[in-house]
Ligand binder design. Structure first.
Ligand SMILES: C[S@@+](CC[C@H](N)C(=O)[O-])C[C@H]1O[C@@H](n2cnc3c(N)ncnc32)[C@H](O)[C@@H]1O
Length: 270
C-alpha cells in the first residue's frame, strides 16, 4: 500500500496531537505495516480514505483503532527488577500510613501492574511490610486492545514466559498449556481503565507511587515536561515516580529529587 510524504506527515501530526506519540522520520514502513490491515478491513481507499474519515476528529472510534494500532505495547513481567525491590524495600516502608495507591501510568497489557501486586504481597509474606498493609493499583493505557488483555489476566506464548522464572510461574499463576493466568489474589487490588496521559489527572485522585516507564521516550520534550509537572501534582508529598531505566529527568530537579538505590533510580516528589 502506498504512503505519500504528505499522508505520512498528516498521520504523524494526528498521532502527536491525540496521543503525544512522535513518529519522527523514516517510520513509513511501520505506518504501512500497522495501518494497512485496518484500511483493507474497512474497505477504505488507501491512506487518503483513512485521512478523510479522520479529518476534523469526527470518527472517534476509527481514531481509537489508529492509535491502538500505532502504539508500541512491548512489556514483560518484572521489567527492570530493581524498581520492584526499591518499591517494597525503600519506598513503601517509608510511607506514613500502612496503605498505598499506586498508578501504573502506561500499563500496556498489565504485566507491570500485576508485577507490582505480586511484589507487594511477596514483601508482606516476607515481613518486609506489615501484615495489614493495604494497597490498590490503577493501571491505565490509551490502547483499548492492550487493556482488554490486561483485564483478562491471561497470557499465552512469549507473554507467558518473558521475565518469569520457574518459581514465579508456579507461585503467581495457574497454567494451562502454553498459557498462564494471574491468580485471583494478585488481581484483587488491581484495576484498569482507558486513560490518555495528555488528559487532566484531577479525576484520578492522588497517588503515593507512579510508574511511568518506557512511554515518555515517544513524546516531545515539552510534552514530557508537562506530564512530569502533572505527575508532581498527582503525587502525595514524598511520593515517588519510577521512569524507565534508560529515561532521564535531569531538567526536573526543581520538582523531583533523584535517589539511587543500588542498581535503580527513584524520583521523589519535592
Ligand atoms: C512500551 S509500553 C510500556 C509498558 C510498561 N510501562 C513497561 O515499561 O513495560 C508503552 C505504553 O504506553 C502507551 N501509551 C502511548 N501513548 C499513550 C498516551 N498518550 N496515554 C496513555 N498511554 C499511552 C502505549 O499504548 C503502550 O502500551
Amino acid at each position: 500500500m502506498d504512503l505519500s510524504p504528505y499522508q505520512y506527515d498528516k498521520l504523524s501530526e494526528l498521532l502527536e496531537r491525540h496521543a503525544g506519540i512522535r513518529l519522527g522520520a523514516g517510520k513509513e514502513y511501520l505506518v504501512v505495516s500497522r495501518l494497512g490491515g485496518l484500511i483493507s478491513h474497512l474497505g477504505l481507499e488507501g491512506f487518503d480514505g483513512l485521512l478523510r474519515r479522520l479529518q476534523g476528529g469526527g470518527d472517534r472510534l476509527l481514531l481509537t483503532h489508529v492509535i491502538d494500532a500505532m502504539t508500541t505495547n512491548e512489556t514483560f513481567w518484572f521489567r527492570d527488577p530493581a524498581h520492584y525491590q526499591i518499591l517494597t524495600r525503600d519506598v513503601l516502608p517509608a510511607l506514613d500510613s500502612r496503605q498505598a495507591r499506586i498508578w501504573s501510568a502506561a500499563a500496556s497489557t498489565g504485566q507491570e501492574a500485576y508485577s507490582i501486586a505480586m511484589s507487594i504481597r511477596g514483601a508482606v509474606s516476607a515481613r518486609q511490610l506489615p501484615m495489614d498493609f493495604s494497597f490498590d493499583i490503577l493501571g491505565t493505557d490509551i490502547s483499548e486492545k492492550a487493556l482488554q488483555q490486561a483485564e483478562s489476566g491471561r497470557y499465552c506464548g512469549l507473554a507467558a514466559t518473558r521475565g518469569l522464572d520457574h518459581e514465579q510461574r508456579e507461585r503467581f499463576f495457574s497454567a494451562e498449556g502454553d498459557c498462564i493466568e494471574v491468580q485471583p489474589v494478585f488481581r484483587r487490588n488491581v484495576s484498569f481503565r482507558n486513560f490518555n496521559l495528555l488528559a487532566t489527572y484531577a479525576a484520578l485522585g492522588r497517588f503515593d507511587v507512579i510508574f511511568c516507564r518506557n512511554v515518555l521516550i515517544y513524546f516531545s520534550q515539552e510534552r514530557k515536561r508537562d506530564i512530569i509537572e502533572r505527575f508532581h501534582g498527582a503525587l502525595r508529598p514524598g511520593g515517588c515516580l519510577f521512569l524507565g531505566s534508560t529515561e532521564s529527568m535531569s531538567s526536573h530537579e526543581d520538582l523531583f529529587e533523584m535517589r539511587r538505590h543500588g542498581a535503580g533510580l527513584a524520583f521523589y516528589r519535592r
